[in-house]
Write a protein of this length. Sequence first.
Lengths: 181, 157
Amino acid sequence: MPGGIHIDDSGGNHFSQAKLDYAAEDADYKREGLRSDTDLRLEDPSVIESVDEYGDSVSVQILTVFPSMILQQIRNTIAVRVVRPRGIEKTELDWIHLGFEDDDDAMTERRLRQGNLVGAAGYISMEDGCVGGFVQRALRFNDDDSGVVMMGGYDAASQPFRSSEAAIRGFWKKYRALIGN
Amino acid sequence: MDDLAVRLGVNELIAAYVDCIDEDRLEEWPDFFVEQCRYVITSRASHEAGLPHGVVYAASRGMLVDRVTALRRANIFEPHRYRHIVGPIRVEQVDATVARAHSNFIAVRVMHDGEMSLFAAGRYLDRIDMTSNPYRFIERLVVLDSQKIDTLLVIPL
């Protein structure tokens, strides 16, 4: 799946992007259905039925503006997310899901069903709610409450793949610049 | 249809539903719904504004089955259970085959280490098919009083 992370020079702003051919994905899924060696299938695949809304084959784009705003496109779900720290031990993530006045009923329904992928109960997002807490709890046992953020390299530069902590290193790069460290 | 029989049937449906979830018999959860059902978890703010979005939005029994499969086989989370308490159920009979009901509920979340929290509070807004025995849900809207969900929502409410 082609994609990557694009990070600005400050490190604080980035977008992560992937492209997908929905028709090919659909064909693959149907082909898998003819084999019986996998028992993990959706009873109702309408939850991921998607259209190339902008004609650019982009299936995922997560765009972050330092420090706390995210603009999300995941298939046909469009949302604004706001990260709201409530202290050292607690953060809220606010999801504002968007539909558009010129959406037809099919597109509205598509956005609502694909909404199952994201949010607090999201098939792909729900663990995001846990992982910050897991990392925070683990850090407490390290020296000086420190952690290692080395997945995908050492710097905060753009990369042609998405399995990377470059954007996290970018956040801290911007943060350190702002606090004069 | 006899009003008392309707009330008993609705009560039994709702009591059996929360038992199924709280006793971790989730594979039975989709059976509480008709095939072309709706199950939506939303917030009071969204619902009162007439906005259709749901944190869970199921529009078929198949989508309910998929929710259970995902939580049993795919999603990763710290083990926990719910304890639902459902208040008195208000029933209106809509016609000969459909009843409408609403009730208040709270759900306590009990973590694997025994830590408890008040995880959810809200109302169930139900349309119920009375042509089957036991009754089944045509539509269940779970309207949460708060928009804040702690950590994740993986077990249905």
